[in-house]
Design a protein around this ligand. Sequence first.
Ligand code: GLA
Length: 728
Amino acid sequence: MSIRIDEKGRLFSLETAHTMYQIKADEIGVLLHVWYGPRTDADMSYRIRTMNRGFCGNPYEAQDRLDYSLDTLPQEYSGSGVGDFRSSSVEGEGADGSLSVDWRYSGYRVLKGKEKPEGLPGVRGNAETEGLEIVLEDKVSGLAAHLSYWLFEACDVIVRSVRIENRGGKAVTLTKAASMCADLPYGRKQVMHFHGRWAAERNPERVEIPSGGRLAFESRRGMTSHQSNPFIILCDPETTERQGDCAGVMLMYSGNHLEEVSADQVGSIRVVCGIHPEGFRWKLAPGESFRTPEAILSFSAEGLNALSRNYHRLIRDEVIPARWRGMKKPVLVNSWEACYFDFNAEKLLKLARSAAALGMEMLVLDDGWFGKRNDDTNSLGDWTCNEQKLGCSLKELSEKIHAEGLKFGLWFEPEMVSLDSDLYRAHPDWALTDPGRDPMVARHQLVLDMGREEVQDYLFDSISAVLKDAQIEYVKWDFNRSVANVYSRALPADRQGETAHRFMLGTYRLLERLTEAFPDVMIEGCSGGGGRFDAGMLYYCPQIWCSDDTDAVERLEIQKGTSYGYPICTMGAHVSACPNHQTGRTVPFATRGVVAQAGTFGYELDPAKLTEDEKKAVKEQIAVFHRYEDLIEQGDYYRLDEGEKDYTAWMFVSPDKGEALVSVVATHVRANAPFPFVRLQGLDPEKTYLREDTGERLTGAALTQGGISLPQFLGDYPSVQIHLTVCG
Ligand code: GLA
């Protein structure tokens, strides 16, 4: 039984394979967070102790218990304005202007069968998925919070979300509605977050949580952002890749987000995560509900690699569309770095022909095929083929590319409109702009008001027309600016605070409609590289272009940072030309292949311009990728370079531990260096493995404890791939 409830219906224990999450409604109905950690059968609430700590008031019904305070008790979903002075989970404004929310437990329901949350992406589950709903009520405002918990036992994941219902007789405006809150029971004094900038996304940083202070990781850009991913890991200072406690919180959302981590006066750690409250105001009429995005929680007592694998499994099995689960994807060549805006059908066909000759399987035509677009100053929104530029129709081009034996993909940036476009000239009010103010322009474009149905319909119709007209197997869905001037011409003044979230709901709805109408078209997410890399987009797009930085050495860090929360099969990664277009660096062709093979694997160059040696290398790389594709995309992934500065190493292990692939890139080669060894992980200690390149036979135990020996590296950024198979 994975959900245990005591006979009084007040202590709830949610068990996954190795973890337990416990919640308790106490005697006055305050919902307490009791435990999130290793699995145990015990009632862990013995750990909740109380004392009068001074300046911590008492709820009215417990006014004589000076030791009992909302300010010191571990809360499961904090209220606001009633004596818990830590981060609130929910804030609102009643019809009379009152601001407080004071939750009390009102009941629970055991759930079976997970359905998609209406309007939002959600972790999928099935008819057997078990869950729990706990209902809290605030008597005065009439608000009720339906906290739901879904158990993904095998992945050690708990998915939380909240539906806030207005059961009262008057409208309430929500100004904060977090997806989750928890006061964690012990330790976890550090938080790992993933910061960045354009072309340098998801850098892991581990910071101390300051005593009595609060850390905020956030995006107010109307999108997930390059700057801060909606994923954090709480860990003990001793936690490493291989050992120690850690707990992840990932928001399944692609818009403004906030992850708050604070340490209270006695060191208890509170995490609150959800839609960013800044600028958020959602009016709830009587009877209406607001549903938060889901938060994906996981705990591991066995270090960061194990935690990452929980997320990898969950995203592979329960987030990306079932249609693409475990699918072999075509090795593609993307036109962007090969020709940018400078192409016509003839040039593309040449590219296709040379790509096909080397074994590539799909040509993706990137930006520049529509409207009158020859640079980034115009035409977004005008999704009709620029036949004058191409010299033929898209249908003809697609036919010719297919005749070369390649599939065909196409770039769109649906949520944007260029100032210089027919769409903007016809519907200036469809863009987000402030009344009486010149809008912020970025890359000569504005952002469409995706919350409007007519905008969604226009995009559905124009994108559908292209997808129906020509044979297109793949869409790259881009998003190339941050959102500002968040004002909708379609909403009244008192609903403007809904615009940013309605924008996301509109985008999700469009993705929903298009993926339903064209189930065989695979969508790759993108946002100036990896600016919208999150579980919400992965619900529709089984892969996301990881970064606009295609330099293999830079990619080592970007892909490694991404791997903490997201599986390898979701990371768009290509071999590009050198000197690299972003850094000017030259990295050996072989190393570029090894790095792109820790992702979806493809090319971003003109194959006709390669040397004969490089062409040979492409053919070999594609053969190697296909040989190990299942292992790479579906195997267990381990980061191996713990604090090691001179190389980056990782490995994939097949689920039955019968096979492994170890990849190492030396980032700093030193003269007369010590013999390098990398300690492997995930192997069966009892089994003997054959090392393909040297013929050496070593046990899993030896390789894990003593490591695998690496060659003495020479030159700039050399790499090695080592294949191991069980031989006894
Ligand atoms: C973004 C993408 C690139 C490319 C360009 C086209 O920057 O990340 O890969 O598609 O847009 O304008």
